[in-house]
Unconditional design. Structure first.
Ligand code: 6PG
Length: 253
């Protein structure tokens, strides 16, 4: 098992069971954070893997157990599109659960994807510095992440210069059209989180997971570089995505 000692790996028969376990995990983290600090700060991701989790969070038994007024939702990354665009990560979470629960509007802290990427990144960074009142990097209670088939996570792509960022909290990511530009939290922010939860689903992820977990050099993949200094990492993986993992990776390290 390579992606950091202490990482927990949980494998589920399908995305439905994985999503239910992830919903309970979010409930647990919200309780812990609210008890310890009076609030719960979460950074969400886009993609297809968290969709079911997001819709479960709007329903009981999960919704009834989350202190929504003390919960604050941010994003690990955003595509530079307007908030009502179908590729918007804000829209994904908003439509699936944020608009359906008793969440005060000021508890949603979206990235302004409709703006120029550099401006959106600096405004987001400024907002995070003020909200967390942190001298260096904010410590989110929970950051939800996915993994791309190329090993990217949030909008941190393999080989990108953004991976070397050590000062900024959020940076722009430029893409070749027609792909949208993006804004992403930087690696030091991911590594200051109290808890990281990776959700990985589908056979298309089997090869990259095998490489991250078992190929000896997980750090060539951005997802393999996520190793919080003082936090936990949990991988929730469905059976298809785990199909190339050996027995030793399937147990907690
Ligand atoms: C995004 C993401 C991205 C995503 C992965 C996995 O906005 O696209 O935040 O990092 O988590 O690409 O996506 P899937 O869940 O679709 O596999």
């Amino acid at each position: 098992m390579n992606p950091g000692h202490g990482a927990a790996v949980r494998i589920f028969p399908d995305l439905e069971e994985l999503s239910q376990a992830a919903a309970w995990y979010v409930v647990l983290q919200s309780r812990n954070a609210t008890a310890a600090r009076g609030k719960f700060t979460v950074a969400l991701s886009g993609g297809s893997s968290p969709k079911r989790l997001y819709s479960l969070l709007a329903t009981d038994p999960y919704a009834a157990q989350i202190n929504w007024s003390g919960s604050h939702f941010f994003w690990a990354d955003e595509r530079c599109v307007p908030p009502d665009h179908q590729e918007s990560n804000f829209r994904l979470a908003h439509d699936a659960f944020l608009a359906k629960v008793l969440l005060p509007t000021e508890n949603t802290h979206r990235i302004a994807g409709e703006k120029d990427p550099e401006r959106a990144a600096s405004e987001y960074e400024k907002h995070l510095r003020t909200f967390f009142d942190a001298p260096s990097f904010p410590a989110f209670d929970l950051i939800l992440l996915g993994v791309g088939e190329d090993g990217h996570t949030a909008s941190l792509f393999p080989g990108a210069s953004t991976l070397r960022e050590r000062v900024r909290i959020a940076v722009p990511v430029y893409a070749d059209a027609p792909k949208p530009n993006r804004v992403t939290l930087t690696l030091p922010v991911l590594n200051h989180a109290t808890n990281i939860l990776f959700l990985v689903s589908g056979r298309g992820k089997a090869k990259v997971l095998h490489e991250i977990f078992e190929d000896g050099n997980p750090k060539q993949y951005p997802a393999g570089m996520v190793r919080p200094v003082n936090g936990t990492v949990t991988w929730m993986i469905d059976r298809d995505a785990a199909s190339l993992l050996s027995e030793r990776s399937r147990v907690e390290s």
